[in-house]
Design a protein around this ligand. Structure first.
Ligand code: ATP
Ligand code: MG
Length: 389
């Protein structure tokens, strides 16, 4: 901008240092986010966004162009991402728009994985903490970039293996050990990545109370089927109409299975995830159609607009799934009282989450939902967090 601080551009020198003339900025479209002080996110999250995105630059992180702080008004200015969020692309397409083809879904998964791997591998690792489809933004060529660093947290340092924080995140994406104990590691992000990968495979939202009860939690419903290639058809998004590499999809399903391990240890690192997804790029086998083919859904004019995932196609019967899926808890419905329909489910919650979450592991459920001796019921775990943003 200043031609490498050329002397010809030097305007003068003050106490702070030299001042140079720059060429000016070209007009470019931007996205302007204005903080709603009445909303769920506050000044700390606004600051975190500036601190993290101001320091970190990567092709798979959205660029923060500027910010403004004037009296009560706080504004963030980002590069504009023409295709909006993955959430919109994957779940909000109407009958007339093309569903995301398999190759594009894999491109998005790899891009987002690279963004997370970068955060985890920097000199001072960063835990993103809010990985979900609405925070993955898409460029015109479907390059994925992570946005929203409001909940991001510096990773453990030195001898520490985890950071303890007040549990904050989005229901349906947060790792079970984090929800239950507040122990946060990069592996919590790996779990959330597994949830998004599962959403890409199935075309279903991680949580949806419009689905039959046993299918409301995508992870609980789908995870037991991911290891079995014979059950792949039940899991895969019917809108893909089989236009994907079966062996590639099976490998991706196995990867999702590992990322979604109940315990953090068996989960792969994001670097391993990137390597595996890279090896699936252009994966073809005999029964696969050409990658990059768009699949069009013939609109049914009589049908009301409903969540795509509600069609039941290829998802197997409830009776069948009961044997496979580990049901948790006592059968009571657990809903966030703030939820109003489907949209509320994906929104951020700050809490003790324990009473809102259905755990996949029945033993953990017994331990943590009964209060009593549960570590999460002790005040220090949630109500008096040691560290917060
Ligand atoms: N840089 C951007 N370019 C284009 N669209 C954007 C950009 N940033 C945000 N959006 C759009 O605005 C929507 C709202 O973003 P925002 O991050 O405020 O909320 P959210 O991710 O939907 O929910 P949450 O409050 O849980 O983060 C996004 O889902 C996306 O569609
Ligand atoms: Mg967001």
């Amino acid at each position: 901008m200043t031609q490498n601080f050329a002397r010809i551009n030097l305007l003068g020198e003050g106490g702070f240092g030299p001042v140079y003339k720059g060429p000016g900025l070209k007009a470019q479209p931007v996205a302007v986010k204005s903080l709603d002080l009445e909303g769920l996110q506050g000044h700390k999250e606004w600051m975190a966004e500036i601190i993290f995105l101001g320091q970190l630059q990567h092709p798979h992180l959205v660029k923060l162009i500027g910010y403004c702080y004037e009296e009560e008004q706080r504004v963030l200015i980002y590069e504009y991402m023409p295709r909006g969020s993955l959430e919109n692309q994957l779940f909000r397409s109407t009958g007339y728009t093309a569903t995301l083809p398999w190759s594009t879904r894999m491109k998005i998964a790899i891009g987002a994985a690279r963004g997370l791997a970068f955060l985890h591998e920097t000199e001072k690792p960063v835990i993103y903490r809010d990985f979900k489809t609405s925070n993955i933004l898409l460029d015109s060529d479907y390059t994925a970039k992570l946005s929203d660093f409001g909940l991001a947290k510096d990773g453990p340092e030195g001898e520490e293996t985890h950071v303890i924080t007040r549990v904050m995140g989005t229901q349906g994406y947060a790792a079970p050990e984090y929800v239950m104990t507040g122990h946060l590691t990069t592996m919590s992000d790996v779990y959330s990545f597994g949830v998004v990968l599962l959403e890409l495979l199935t075309g279903k939202r991680s949580m949806d109370d419009a689905r039959p009860y046993r299918e409301q939690s995508l992870v609980e419903w789908a995870r037991p089927m991911l290891k079995d290639p014979n059950k792949l058809d039940r899991v895969m998004d019917p809108r893909l109409e089989g236009q994907y590499s079966r062996s590639g999809a099976h490998k991706a399903a196995l990867l999702a299975y590992k990322c979604l391990s109940h315990h953090p240890k068996p989960r792969p690192t994001m670097t391993n995830v990137v390597a595996l997804l890279d090896s699936l790029q252009g994966f073809q086998d005999e029964d696969a159609f050409a990658s990059g083919t768009f699949v069009y859904i013939v609109p049914n004019e009589n049908a009301a607009v409903r969540p795509v995932s509600d069609d039941g196609k290829g998802s197997g019967s409830g009776a069948d799934e009961e044997g496979e899926g580990k049901r948790s808890g006592d059968g009571r419905r657990r809903r966030n009282p703030r939820q109003h329909g489907n949209r509320g489910l994906r929104h951020r919650i700050k809490l003790p989450l324990s009473h809102l979450v259905t755990y996949s592991d029945p033993a953990l459920y017994d331990t943590f939902s009964n209060g009593g001796d549960s570590p999460v019921s002790t005040p220090t775990s949630f109500r008096k967090p040691k560290e917060q943003l």
